[in-house]
Design a protein around this ligand. Sequence first.
Ligand code: ZN
Length: 114
Amino acid sequence: MNEDQIREVYSADNLIEAEYIQNLLTAADIESRIDGEHLQLVSGKVPAQLVAPGIMIHADDFDRAKALIEEANRERHHNAESSQQWTCSHCGEKNEANFEICWSCQQEDETQLT
Ligand SMILES: [Zn+2]
């Protein structure tokens, strides 16, 4: 890669997400690398897995990569929401994650009270 034209397209939450994004880009024939070294130097004691790694790509691929990542994140968040049902501790009914009170008895979701 020509270093002059490398841009960070995405900052991942952790290395697992970074590798997920990199696989996504590789599958679309976009060359990428995971770059967290500068952050490790700044944060010192933080283990590498916890440092937010940047996904670095060539500037020419930026728009395409950005679109791919945004689409993938939309799908992931949608899947996470639809799988995170909670069960009412009062009446036992299942509720969708976006309901904060039970649809059946209006009991608050105790799992969300932190
Ligand atoms: Zn209930």
